[in-house]
Design a protein around this ligand. Sequence first.
Ligand SMILES: Nc1ncnc2c1ncn2[C@@H]1O[C@H](COP(=O)(O)OP(=O)(O)OP(=O)(O)O)[C@@H](O)[C@H]1O
Ligand SMILES: [Mg+2]
Length: 324
Amino acid sequence: MLYTAIHETNYDTARLSRAKPRERAESKDLKTRDKSLTQEHPCDIVISMKKIAFCNQKGGVAKTTSAINIAAYLALNGRRTLLVDLDPQANATSGVGIDKENITQSIYNVLHEHITPKEAVMETAIENLYVLPSNISLTGAEVELVNVMGREYRLKKALEEIQTEFDYAIFDCPPSLGLLTINGLTAADSVIVPIQCEYYALEGVGQLMKTLELIRENLNERLAIEGILMTLADFRTNLTKEVISEVKQHFGDKVYRTIIPRTIKLTEAPGFGKPIALYAEHSTGAKKYAEVTREILGLPLSSQLIEGEEVAATTEESHGEAIG
Ligand SMILES: Nc1ncnc2c1ncn2[C@@H]1O[C@H](COP(=O)(O)OP(=O)(O)OP(=O)(O)O)[C@@H](O)[C@H]1O
Ligand SMILES: [Mg+2]
């Protein structure tokens, strides 16, 4: 079985509806929205729920931050979006304002007890954004599912029931290549790999690519790389520029043009249980996540971004928001 194969190949497991007619979001929370994001675009014809896994076995590279905020911007632009929390840490769940201590049905019950996802899905403060929550009980799932038939397909099968209910499903994977991540990759259409702009940024990415190849060969032949998202950038350092250039050499135009800077507002937002769009909608972090969502939707970028990331970062510094 693939799960065994991955462990045998010495992978770093420790850190590793036609969609329903879209209801355009009329968010009461945001006073302004980028109207152009709501326009139909040929790249954004969703035949059924598109499932994107945010995956990197390395910890702390902004998988959860990116999953929450991109899911929020998809929703704010009228795409019915389900954020699926596959991590026992449940940071995506709390990050959209759900108290993880008070969840009655979670992704654990879906994967382990075959309850329908509809029984566990919860609303969030953002219209069109829903969450399939997690809590600490999910820790047991990795072990409890080991001897279960079809264990890698549990999530895929479960989501088939709601395939026509949502435009997008965004999976927040844990920092390992264990069974929960494998469930995510088996169910997903594509993967977004967040990579932190730091030393050894590409360390472990080779292993992740080999895992994706194994998944394609054994479990999900259509799994594509949606994009590589550079995160936690500090444009005052040469290191950030060097890392971005190195990652672009490896992945070419798979790397999103939008690069997410390290900002205080993005650090603070989860503590308030809010996506950045609600916590600080005019912050640089908010603009960048809105922008990368445009890329995912196949929409043109704003001219400010095309002029250069350094400009944006300098502006942010002058407002005292960037983390030193
Ligand atoms: N652009 C950013 N600017 C500042 N802080 C950030 C940014 N992105 C993420 N963070 C912070 O960095 C930490 C790690 O982010 P996050 O939890 O999203 O990473 P992760 O890859 O999901 O981690 P894990 O591997 O543990 O699941 C969090 O405290 C988060 O608030
Ligand atoms: Mg996380």
